[in-house]
Design a protein around this ligand. Structure first.
Ligand SMILES: Cc1cc2nc3c(=O)[nH]c(=O)nc-3n(C[C@H](O)[C@H](O)[C@H](O)COP(=O)(O)O)c2cc1C
Length: 459
């Protein structure tokens, strides 16, 4: 049972020792396990053919630094080379558009028949460097590279202008990104069917590009994620009361891909799934169907669990769990101390926001078959103590692998620091200042304005 402690008001991160952090968690009655040891993070994990060398991962982080044809630029290569040196066993590549007309930024990566060789160069270099570094750190298994494929849906842009491609109308979601009903479109069922075919084609290209697997992105309010909550999409095979309809595009893509790759079981079909949007019914997924509920809405994981179990039946053995719609309210997805410009501080304590996402992931972990490998999100907020938390939650069986987003921008060698020194370097840590999100909002290339000289003075 998850109880929202309304009395726990916002306070920024101020803990200088592990004891300070533990005491604050105790004061807030947040049952997060913090371990003094981190050795378990170097253990490999296996499900069937898939072996991941250790328990730390880079989460997908859009860099918006691709060339205009969608291929990786020098800056993209730079980001991934930094990750490859860092010692993680799993690099989850950022949201890559399935076509140019569903990008959220003109400089988003797009995988196409024309630039597949550029992606091949990227994966081959990153795999070499990552494997070499893993070997130096004493790991026996090879790194795993996953590509996230996405349709930006409501958050698409064309020629730099917002062009929402919606599953359904929501004035609330429109106003969160300052668009009007007349802007953009509601996508038709025929167009969704076309998207299914494009997605499958691009997933096949991801394999050709040298990735170990492909993520059919289903989170953060983008197209597939929005469809999961399209209760009020009318006269459509993809909307309405039944989860079967709302998950149709998602599961049709996965089914087609599993049929295609069945003979070649080494290539992974996976997904980053948003299990709780936080937005009240009927606009959110993973929420109770209470009319007039408040944000953050009451949690109901029945449908997300059903969906993930269906994915398991379709042979999906690796899942990345996240929550929230960062375009609506960011703290559910990425707890912070400072909001983006013009944004508000949340009404809840950020340690509580961080706990929510870890709790949601642990519930999923406990209700799906044990050999489904679960990657968890939202650890960067814990800064130099994140390794101690990761170790604790893995020890308790709440998750299998801990993924780091903003920390990877700030301090891509966080994993190496844990493996070598047992703790993340405080002076290099993410400080949850939202500057990387601010870059994103402004349509700029993203990175850490505090820790990475490449992005300093770019604000
Ligand atoms: C600048 C920026 C870009 C992001 N890009 C992606 C992305 O491409 N795909 C995705 O699933 N999540 C993306 N996210 C969300 C992160 O992967 C992650 O879930 C979030 O930052 C919380 O994890 P953290 O606390 O480790 O940062 C992005 C977040 C930020 C701040």
């Amino acid at each position: 049972m998850f109880v929202h402690p309304s009395s726990h008001a916002f306070e920024p991160f101020k803990y200088t020792t592990l004891e300070d952090l533990k005491n604050e968690l105790k004061r807030l009655s947040i049952p997060l396990p913090i371990s003094s040891f981190t050795e378990n993070l170097s253990e490999a994990i296996q499900s069937k053919h898939l072996i991941i060398p250790n328990r730390l991962s880079i989460q997908p982080m859009e860099g918006f630094d691709a060339n205009l044809n969608g291929s990786p630029s020098d800056l993209t290569f730079r980001r991934y080379k930094r990750y490859a040196k860092g010692g993680v066993g799993l690099i989850w590549f950022e949201a890559t558009a399935i076509s140019e007309d569903c990008r959220s930024n003109d400089h988003q990566l797009v995988l196409s028949e024309d630039n597949v060789n550029d992606f091949k160069q990227l994966t081959s270099l990153i795999r070499d460097q990552c494997d070499r570094n893993l070997e130096l750190l004493g790991f026996k298994n090879r790194c795993c590279l996953i590509l996230q494929l996405n349709h930006s849906g409501r958050y698409s842009k064309r020629n730099g202008n917002k062009y929402p491609i919606r599953a359904y109308h929501s004035d609330e979601l429109d106003s969160a990104i300052s668009v009007k009903r007349k802007d953009g479109v509601i996508i038709s069922d025929d167009e969704l069917k076309e998207i299914e075919e494009i997605w499958v084609r691009k997933a096949i290209l991801a394999k050709e590009s040298g990735f170990d697997g492909v993520d059919i992105k289903a989170c953060h309010g983008y197209l597939i994620s929005e469809l999961l909550s399209s209760f009020h999409r009318e006269n459509s095979k993809y909307g309405g009361y039944s989860l079967e309809n709302r998950s149709k595009l998602f599961l049709d893509i996965v089914t087609q891909l599993q049929n295609k790759f069945r003979k070649d079981s080494d290539f992974l079909i996976t997904s980053r799934v948003g299990v709780y949007d936080g937005i009240p019914y009927p606009t959110g997924f993973g929420v109770k169907s209470i009319v007039n509920d408040n944000f953050p809405a009451s949690i109901d994981l029945e449908e997300p669990v059903e969906l993930i179990n269906k994915l398991y039946d379709l042979d999906v053995k690796l899942i990345n769990i996240t929550a929230g719609n960062p375009h609506y309210k960011g703290h559910i997805t990425r707890p912070y101390d400072v909001p983006v410009k013009g944004g508000k501080l949340p009404k809840e304590h950020p340690l509580f926001s961080a706990y929510r996402i870890i709790y949601l992931t642990s519930v999923i972990k406990s209700l799906v078959p044990h050999d489904m490998i679960i990657v968890g999100s939202g650890y960067s907020y814990f800064r130099q103590f994140a390794g101690n938390l990761a170790s604790g939650v893995i020890q308790k069986g709440m998750v299998d692998i801990c993924g780091f987003g903003r920390m990877s921008f700030a301090n891509p060698e966080f994993a190496k620091q844990i493996f070598q020194g047992k703790t993340i370097d405080k002076t290099k840590s993410c400080i949850s200042c939202s500057k990387c999100s601010q870059f994103m909002r402004e349509g700029k290339s993203t990175g850490c304005a505090v820790r990475d000289p490449e992005y300093r003075n770019k604000e």
